[in-house]
Design a protein around this ligand. Structure first.
Ligand SMILES: Nc1ncnc2c1ncn2[C@@H]1O[C@H](COP(=O)(O)OP(=O)(O)OP(=O)(O)O)[C@@H](O)[C@H]1O
Ligand code: SF4
Ligand SMILES: [Mg+2]
Length: 330
């Protein structure tokens, strides 16, 4: 493998009192260094579970399918993520090679420890720097993400910062260890639109500079269009379509992706009604047989209720899983 990340046939089921909950169902996806992959899908589609799997952060009731493989290629090393055991090995994917930023930055900072102290501790643990080196780098990173008076902010607590500044501090902390892969789980939804655009610009700039890969998770296909090189559309634990972002948005090949695109506001025609995807995502305890989308699909045929559609290449690098694409040749 020549890329940064290769996920193959990943399946994950949670054991619950109500029965097994399939959160990820046979997902395969690749990421190259310097690439931004957008992961989009409605609430409950499995985006966060997929992200957490990469850091082995899922709850204790998570069971991986026997075929599941996740390989991270970093610094000439091939890391078999599911084979990692013990805190020392797991640290490789929890801060050394992979960092994650979350929707709510308060969750990333301990409330009673200054931002600077948390950054320094992390750098000493993951990069083996001395306290003085770690402080210098931390202030530099805070400055780098556009936080004014970085040396002063270094000594402040998370609650003393505004929402936008906290978000930037979290990005600075996630990037300071120079991970190979950054996972951003809905990092901008809590922000106002101007700050959201600044954060997205900042992340893009940093990817280019550090050559790291990014997985950018959001509900919002519009944000993905601005941010990502490629997009993977998830529905009930499956990737139903994946490809270069412009190609997928201009020529969506799966009815679910088409539904997400129709639900976006059209700036050229503000009077046009928004047409959301009809119905609700079913409970994962009642996963539909056949195509998982059939209960909401306006184009469903009788076979969709029984036959799982194959994933087919639509065009180079663009694939989708829908029976209607049968016969399409890439
Ligand atoms: N520990 C757990 N035990 C049982 N089910 C779980 C557990 N964690 C997650 N799930 C289920 O897995 C499914 C996928 O959840 P996930 O959080 O990945 O969705 P998501 O796509 O990130 O949604 P959102 O957009 O709301 O963040 C959901 O049905 C969720 O209820
Ligand atoms: S396989 Fe059938 S139900 Fe699924 S998306 Fe295609 S047409 Fe719709
Ligand atoms: Mg989530």
């Amino acid at each position: 493998m020549s890329g940064l990340l290769s996920v193959r046939n990943l399946s994950l089921t949670f054991a619950t009192d109500e029965g097994p909950v399939t959160a990820i169902d046979d997902v395969s996806v690749e990421l190259a260094p310097g690439e931004v992959l957008g992961l989009v899908g409605e609430s409950g589609s499995g985006k966060s579970v997929l992200a957490k799997s990469l850091m082995r952060l899922n709850a204790g009731n998570a069971r991986y399918g026997a075929e599941s493989r996740m390989i991270l290629q970093a610094d000439g090393q091939e890391i078999d993520i599911l084979a990692l055991k013990g805190a020392k090995q797991l640290r490789q994917v929890r801060g050394d090679k992979i960092s994650m930023i979350f929707q709510e930055p308060m969750a990333s900072f301990a409330p009673a420890i200054t931002i600077g102290k948390q950054m320094v501790e992390q750098l000493m643990l993951h990069r083996g720097l001395t306290g003085a080196e770690a402080k210098m780098l931390s202030v530099e990173m805070l400055d780098r993400v556009g936080i004014s008076e970085a040396a002063k902010r270094f000594d402040q607590y998370a609650f003393e910062l505004s929402g936008g500044m906290r978000q930037r501090a979290m990005i600075a902390m996630a990037l300071s260890t120079k991970p190979k892969l950054l996972i951003a789980d809905e990092p901008t939804t809590a922000l106002d639109v101007t700050i959201q655009a600044q954060v997205i610009d900042l992340m893009k700039e940093i990817v280019g500079e550090f050559g790291m890969g990014i997985i950018f998770i959001t509900h919002d296909l519009g944000v993905i269009a601005q941010t990502a090189d490629r997009v993977a559309v998830m529905y009930l634990g499956r990737i139903v379509e994946e490809g270069p972002v412009r190609d997928v948005i201009r020529r969506p090949a799966h009815p679910y992706t088409q539904g997400l695109i129709n639900a976006l506001p059209k700036l050229g025609d503000l009077d046009a009604p928004l047409t959301p995807v009809p119905g609700d995502i079913p409970s994962p305890l009642e996963r539909p047989a056949g195509c998982v989308f059939h209960s909401r699909c306006p184009l469903a045929e009788p076979r969709c209720r029984v036959e799982v559609p194959l994933t087919r290449a639509m065009r180079p690098g663009h694939r989708a899983a829908c029976h209607l694409n049968e016969g399409v040749k890439a």
